[in-house]
Ligand binder design. Structure first.
Ligand code: SAH
Length: 464
């Protein structure tokens, strides 16, 4: 295979970025904009020894899983990699991916998977689920002021003020901001020249409370005529917090570190289940609150708590899972590397009057083994134990020292929440080899229209 060859390929899988993967004469090609089941004519753009990248020329026979994307700019945007696949098939694909990884990487027997894996939990309405949106502001090709998204790896903005994953009010907010900028000749930020004032607009929406937050990211400290804008925005029903984030750096990082409240309070409130959260512009918060409740509900169900247990929530973030578990457990310990997230976790515990949750800042791979060692030296003859350990690690999964310590703490149950089923499968292999068996599992679709796949597994300690 060489560059510029034109070949016919059947697409058999999705890659990690949603591109189709097909084989022709044993050679693997990655082809953007194709779907599993497509028969496609493809031009080879880059050829390595065993694999290459192709450009879609023509779909010779469309996959029966194809559907027309709802969003007119789905293909250019790339945020929704698989919007052209019917939702039912998206769920099937995610489920199969987890299943295959557990089987091939994790070594979990097919029979066991068939027994324990539950049907995937999808959304009834797989659009408009995001409670957070960040729109870059700039000028389009014709110099018109616009908000939308960057196309590919360029600085060009495609106008799109109504992302179909976001809430409807985003559009109304952006219209007001753009009209205000037009009226007072306030320049959008120009990345190349590092000039202009308004960089991004961040909007957050509390699904349970209907509270709205708008934060303008500025390349400067002052928004001229800011009071005119805040008065207009404040007229939107539910507006609770308007702020400016100061970011004068030459960087791709969207938010600046300093936030100034311009109107209302500095945060909005939202609920997941019965737990209340205060969310400020810089806080981490799950973007799909409807599915988050289901995900953590599943984790809680798998943890099977009765009220007296000692529970660990490792990689706890702002303590979302910890606080969910604390309602049903004796005590919960959370570990997290980001100090601000731990501050949020503590405040969230306080505003919910939860006093049986304790949070530690640190790297899980250091904090957990250290806790274990220190416990033994303070309590001779005893060892730190846990009834249930929940982990929700980043994509790279759990460090081996974390898994090792978990096994030593002999929890009755381990609940593993994962956003990367390959590393999950690797860790499940370790846990199965060290006394734990898989008892339950479910994909919970947190990110419809995208390839991101989230799942929860339950494991039980075998009686040895
Ligand atoms: N359960 C949390 C989110 C988990 S996401 C929630 O719902 O809010 C994974 C978390 O792991 C992130 O908050 C990230 O900051 C944290 N993290 C990443 N590496 C870590 C490490 N080595 N030790 C501890 N925490 C880590």
């Amino acid at each position: 295979m060489k560059k510029n060859d034109v070949v016919t390929v059947t697409i058999e899988d999705f890659g990690i970025n949603g591109e189709g993967i097909g084989k022709t004469e044993g050679y693997t090609l990655f082809v953007k904009d194709t779907v599993i089941g497509d028969l496609a004519e493809v031009k080879v753009m880059k050829a390595k020894k065993n694999y290459g990248y192709g450009k879609l020329l023509k779909i010779l026979r469309p996959s029966k899983d194809r559907t027309t994307p709802e969003c007119p700019v789905a293909r250019q945007c790339g945020g929704c990699q698989i919007q052209m696949v019917s939702y039912e098939k998206q769920l099937e694909y995610k489920n199969r991916k987890v299943w295959n990884n557990l089987k091939h990487i994790g070594g979990v027997p097919e029979k066991l998977l068939a027994r324990v894996m539950e049907p995937p939990c999808g959304m009834k309405e797989p659009y408009r689920y995001r409670n957070k949106a960040q729109f870059p502001v700039g000028r389009d090709r014709n110099g018109k002021l616009t908000a939308g998204f960057y196309v590919g790896r360029t600085h060009q903005i495609i106008p799109c003020d109504d992302c179909l994953l976001g809430v409807k009010v985003n559009q109304e907010i952006l219209d007001i901001i753009l009209a205000f900028m037009e009226q007072y000749r306030i320049e959008p930020y120009d990345e190349e020249r590092h000039q202009g004032l308004v960089r991004h607009v961040l909007i957050r929406y509390g699904f349970a409370t209907d509270e709205i937050m708008v934060c303008l990211v500025l390349n400067g400290r002052r928004l001229p005529h800011g009071e005119v804008l805040t008065e207009k925005l404040a007229g939107i029903s539910g507006m609770t917090s308007i702020s400016a984030s100061i970011n004068t750096e030459k960087t791709n990082v969207i938010m600046g570190k300093e936030v100034i409240t311009l109107w209302g309070q500095g945060y909005i409130t939202d609920y997941i289940g019965d737990i209340k959260y205060q969310i400020s512009p810089l806080s981490f918060y799950q973007v799909n609150p409807v599915q988050t409740e289901k995900l953590y509900g599943t984790a809680l169900e798998y943890a099977d708590l009765h009220g007296e247990e000692t529970v660990w929530d490792v990689y706890c973030g702002i303590g979302t899972i910890s606080l969910f578990l604390a309602q049903k457990a004796g005590r919960v310990y959370g570990v997290e590397i980001v100090p601000q997230a731990i501050e949020d976790a503590r405040r969230n515990a306080e505003i919910n009057k939860i006093n049986n949750a304790k949070f530690f800042t640190g790297k899980a791979e250091e904090a957990l083994p250290e806790y274990y060692k220190e416990y033994a030296s303070r309590h001779p003859g005893k060892q730190a134990e846990a009834d249930v350990i929940v982990v929700d690690p980043p994509r790279k999964g759990c460090a081996e020292s974390v898994l090792e310590t978990m096994v030593r703490m002999q929890p009755r149950k381990i609940v593993y929440v994962s956003c990367d089923s390959a590393t999950l499968a690797r860790d499940v292999k370790y846990l199965r080899e060290n006394g734990y068996e898989l008892t339950r599992g479910k994909v919970v679709d947190m990110f419809p229209q995208t390839v991101h796949t989230e799942c929860v597994l339950g494991m039980r300690r075998k009686h040895i």
